[in-house]
Design a binder for this molecule. Structure first.
Ligand code: PEP
Ligand code: MN
Length: 370
């Protein structure tokens, strides 16, 4: 699926924008002083947009839920005195009305809001006729269609200055990250809407300071268009997301340690293009061979299935599959191929093999009835 949306380029609205675009600021606005101090330090560190949450969607009640409207004049003052545009999260039409009243520069829709189409539609309706850039975070669950649906709703309201934020996805299993990056999802989004700017949010993906660098670097290596990073003057005592925030100095170090390796999407260097073409052709050939091999494997599975039916043996033997998974992981290890990747591939092969064998049995049963 490819969507042709007439999205405004990032440069057209993020005026002083660096490559990548840099958004930074505390998770939450906690006081006027905190905002002024944080922003005056970040200002000298190439920050294009200052972020601060004032309505905080918290997973559990009795957590700090933000200062709401009271914090808007603080942000307005920051912008007036320090000249850095500001962004806040909005989750309903009333938030939008208030944020606009104080001249907000950029709005963002949080991950817990993107999951709810009713909620996103209400926001979209409130944005009709408004000219403000909107950033749409991925939904908390790994559902690309839901993310694209939210983009379509906001786009349908006439918003053209927009970007998406990748903040990772919550998973069932314990992971080293607060939210699993599942990089293939933002990349699929980029494939579906190639001109959609994409901003990485290492803070909410990582959940802890120590992992920020790794995630931010990965986002840049995948050619993301920007980063949004939480920074607080006293992170350990922050009222929300303490473990993942960095001081402005920490933020500065993070940025200076990043390697801006891939900046261009394409090159017009003829030697480079030719060489890349040769490698791509080799990949195409290998993919064709992979398909042939998979086809041959499936034919063998069918043969084994027919043989099992003739001998009244059930199609699924737990021991056989456990042995397949174990041996293939061992082979992967010996061949220095990522074991997790191989086990995911064999899970898919298993599903397809069961599906195909069930089909063979059903067909044989139907034939015997006739
Ligand atoms: C935030 O940016 O502070 C926030 C609440 O993030 P998310 O919606 O990604 O959880
Ligand atoms: Mn936060």
């Amino acid at each position: 699926m490819q969507l042709k949306l007439d999205i405004a380029p990032l440069d057209s609205w993020a005026k002083k924008h660096h490559r990548p675009l840099i958004i930074a600021g505390p998770c939450s606005a906690e006081s006027e002083d905190q905002l002024m101090q944080t922003c005056s330090q970040l200002k000298d560190m190439n920050v294009d947009i200052f972020r601060a949450g004032i309505w905080k969607p918290r997973t559990r009640p009795n957590s700090f839920e933000g200062y709401g409207e009271k914090a808007l004049p603080w942000l307005k003052r920051v912008r007036e005195e320090l000249g850095v545009p500001f962004a806040v999260e909005v989750a309903n039409p009333q938030h939008i009305e208030l944020a606009l009243k104080y001249g907000v520069d950029v709005l963002w829709i949080g991950a817990r809001t993107t999951v709810n189409p009713f909620n996103v539609q209400e926001i979209a309706d409130a944005l009709k006729g408004v000219d403000v850039p909107v950033l749409i975070k991925n939904p908390v669950n790994p559902d690309l269609a839901l993310w694209i649906g939210a983009i379509e709703r906001i786009y349908g309201a006439g918003i053209r200055k927009m970007a998406v934020i990748h903040r990772g996805f919550s998973g069932l299993h314990a992971s080293k990250y607060r939210n699993e990056p599942m990089w293939q999802i933002p990349l699929e989004l980029k494939t579906a809407i190639p001109n959609m700017p994409i901003i990485g949010d290492p803070s909410h993906t990582a959940g802890k300071r120590a992992l920020l660098q790794e995630i931010a670097q990965k986002a840049l290596d995948l050619n993301f268009d920007g980063l949004i990073i939480e920074s607080h003057i006293d992170p350990d005592n922050a009222l929300s997301d303490a473990a993942q925030q960095v001081t402005p100095q920490g933020f500065h170090k993070l940025l200076s340690d990043l390697k801006f390796r891939i900046l261009r999407e394409a090159s017009d260097d003829a030697v480079f293009i030719n060489h890349l073409d040769v490698i791509r052709q080799q990949i195409d050939n290998i993919d064709r061979e992979l398909l042939e091999v998979l086809k041959t494997r499936m034919a063998l599975v069918e043969k084994a299935c027919e043989y099992k039916i003739q001998h009244n043996v059930s199609i699924f033997q737990v021991d056989r599959w456990n042995e397949i998974f174990r041996s293939r992981s061992d082979w992967a290890k010996k061949m220095n191929v990522n074991e997790e990747f191989i086990s995911e591939i064999f899970k898919l092969i298993h599903i397809e093999s069961i599906r195909r064998q069930t089909e063979v049995i059903t067909m044989q049963e139907l034939a015997s009835i006739k």
